[in-house]
Design a protein around this ligand. Structure first.
Ligand SMILES: [Zn+2]
Length: 270
């Protein structure tokens, strides 16, 4: 550990700041985030039931693209985002480091409007752009860091651990962000929505709806709420930030007018 310190200090100095938030150490390069996310994505893609439906895929990717293109923050454009829909009623969404984003059918069905789905995507894209996953791995102990040594930018002097052992549960376990990171992804996500012409107030709507689900169908939102606390403080923080956002450049215009409602109808279950 001691021998690593000078190299780590230099790397932290070079790579620590992604520009989205005050300096925090990160042992990974941007490319390291991308490679790590690709490794994780292989596990996730093999294990989760991905829904391959062109219209839905285009809808989600179109919203993601609009958010990305409108972002005033160059940090967002460092990453190749991909959007996949997981065929499960469980209400959840998550992002892997470097860009892969997974959105469950359960959360798409919960959303009434394109703006609400944009809130979910903007939050997840903000975890990626702020590099929360690798920040967290950097601050965890070296034993855990060794698990991802194969894709780390620094030559961690420990034997690499076989990737076959890394399953989705393990990957998602690594992505339990701190409350501070969740709050940051909310605030960055609000700014991203605002810049793209989406109504940022809809993020608070999504949290309220998730809170309602927590009472009515707690098992469906369990995984989401375990990593995304839905208390009143979180909604209040979002509402307080809404008041500070600059005026939107123009009226909200859907990516493809009416596509959201039409696509929702294709999947309506009743
Ligand atoms: Zn989050």
């Amino acid at each position: 550990m001691r021998r690593l310190r000078p190299a780590a200090a230099v790397l932290v100095g070079l790579l620590g700041c992604a520009g989205l938030h005050p300096y925090r150490p990160n042992f990974y390069s941007v490319d390291g985030d991308i490679r790590l996310g690709r490794e994780f994505a292989k596990e996730v893609d093999a294990e989760l039931p991905l829904l391959r439906h062109a219209a839905l895929q285009q809808l989600v990717a179109g919203i993601g693209q609009r958010l990305l293109e409108s972002s005033p923050e160059p940090a967002y454009r460092l990453f190749p985002y991909t959007f996949k829909v997981v065929d499960t009623p469980e209400v959840n969404a998550f992002a892997l480091p470097g860009g892969p984003i997974y959105v469950n059918m359960g959360i798409i069905e919960l959303c009434d409007t394109e703006d609400q789905l944009a809130a979910v995507l903007a939050h997840e894209m903000s975890h990626v752009a702020a590099r929360h996953a690798t920040e967290m791995l950097t601050t965890q102990n070296l034993t855990q860091l060794a698990l991802v040594a194969a894709v780390s930018v620094i030559p961690v002097p420990l034997p690499p651990v076989a990737w076959e052992g890394a399953k989705v549960g393990y990957v998602l376990g690594l992505l339990r962000y701190s409350r501070g990171m969740e709050a940051e992804a909310d605030l960055l996500g609000l700014r991203l929505m605002n810049a793209a012409g989406y109504d940022p107030a809809e993020m608070a709507t999504v949290f309220r709806k998730l809170g309602e689900q927590q009472h009515s169908l707690p098992s469906l939102v369990e995984r989401f709420t375990s990593s995304h606390p839905l208390d009143a403080d979180r909604v209040r923080a979002v509402e307080a930030e809404l008041a500070k956002l600059p005026a939107r450049p123009g009226p909200v215009v859907a990516v493809h007018p009416s596509t959201f409602a039409e696509t929702q109808l294709m999947f309506a279950k009743d």
